[in-house]
Ligand binder design. Structure first.
Ligand SMILES: *Cc1c(COP(=O)(O)O)cnc(C)c1O
Length: 378
């Protein structure tokens, strides 16, 4: 097969990563790179510096480590590399990504204790404060934007409780970093995890960890895996100025560099946050007008990243027919992930603008009118 017919984007991905990227990010992948050449390693160093500058003004206290694989590999690299054998992890969770951290801890033989909340519920700060009184707990982990629903967990408030008890604070900010303003020094985060294909709008292939130097320096020899040894990867990147230990996704790294430049041109994280928020607010209002109910109620903080809607009631709603219809109209949405609830998700991140959301709403209105016989007032 030598056809390139399927290489044009025919629809927009309204999914929380991989997401729709710009044509220029994709074009940045046209060149092949040598992994030990200075030109490539210099690119990696620049990316590491840009990530830290984006995360905090206290740039000297933090360092960035890039890690091969999808975002989960970086989460597993942190859990497996920074908790000593006698350590104990508290996992606060209200969704699939928090649950995945428990699965990792169990598999890696890390002792853990978990505080579980419903996917449609904010974590309880008083309960967390009480749990933190356990002196055997050394580390605490939580997801920032739980992509399962789009809920934004209160990491500033939880972080204050974690630090009041001097525990090490790990945040999975996979789907929020780059799209929601934050300062990791002010938030007292010791390890923040994100990946190339979320709010920075790169393509999939690696994740990254922003770590407090002082804390990471204590982690030598803790790793439970060779490939996912965060400390060793860091040492190699530091000592060899941007060299990865094993084969790195070179094209993906170059595309990520381009994505960082485009984020700067857009006006940085604040401007991107504005765009995503505008997208989300327009979507929420438009869906409400069409009679769709959101899964998260007003007690939950809704992120600008992704929204979850219930299937419409009292009509014969077939999600796959709806999905296919929207796909042919140029939009790919996401199935739901909340247990025991019939729902679907629509993401607002990536190369997606207000005019795209307006067109999507027009397509959804047309579907509702012709297939669900729901009267729609335009
Ligand atoms: C995307 C995501 C991950 C990582 O998922 P991968 O499929 O491994 O990239 C982890 N946590 C959250 C909150 C995410 O949104």
């Amino acid at each position: 097969m030598n056809s390139y017919d399927d290489l044009e984007n025919k629809y927009l991905l309204l999914t929380p990563g991989p997401l729709s990227t710009s044509a220029t990010v994709r074009r940045a992948m046209h060149k092949d790179w040598c992994t030990w050449d200075q030109e490539y390693n210099g690119l990696v160093e620049e990316i590491r510096h840009k990530l830290i500058a984006m995360a905090t003004t206290e740039v000297d206290d933090f360092t960035a480590i890039l890690m091969q694989g999808s975002g989960s590999f970086s989460v597993e690299a942190v859990l497996g590399s920074v908790i000593p054998k006698q350590g104990k992890l508290l996992i606060i969770h209200n969704g699939a990504y928090g649950t995945r951290m428990m699965q990792m801890a169990a598999c890696l033989n890390i002792e853990y204790f978990d505080l579980a909340y419903a996917e449609t519920q904010m974590p309880d700060l008083e309960e967390i404060e009480t749990a933190l009184l356990d002196p055997s707990i050394t580390h605490v982990a939580c997801v920032h934007c739980e992509t399962t629903t789009g809920i934004l967990n209160p990491i500033a408030e939880i972080g204050r409780l974690v630090k009041a008890q001097n525990k090490i604070w790990i945040v999975d900010a996979m789907s929020s970093f780059g799209g929601v303003p934050m300062d990791i020094a002010a938030l007292e985060i010791d390890f923040l995890i994100s990946s190339a294909n979320k709010c920075i709008q790169g393509v999939p292939g690696f994740g990254f960890v922003l770590a407090k130097r002082q804390v990471l320096e204590q982690c030598q020899g803790f790793a439970r895996s060779v490939s996912l040894d965060l400390y060793d990867q860091w040492q190699t990147m530091e000592k060899h100025h941007g060299k990865w230990r094993f084969t790195s996704p070179t094209h993906v790294v170059r595309a990520f560099y381009q994505a960082l430049i485009e984020l700067e041109h857009e006006g940085g994280v604040t401007a991107r946050y504005q765009r995503y928020s505008t997208n989300q607010q327009c979507l929420a209002a438009g869906m409400q007008a069409l009679g769709f109910e959101r899964v998260l109620d007003e007690t939950c903080t809704q992120s600008p990243i992704i929204s979850t809607f219930l299937y419409p009631q009292d009509v014969n709603f077939d999600f796959y027919a709806f999905y296919e219809n929207l796909k042919s109209a140029g939009f790919v949405i996401y199935p739901g992930k909340v247990s025991n609830l019939d729902c679907f998700r629509i993401g607002n991140i990536g190369e997606v603008y207000l005019s795209d959301i307006e067109k999507l709403l027009t397509a959804i209105a047309a579907y509702c009118q012709s297939n669900l016989h729901i009267k729609v007032s335009a």
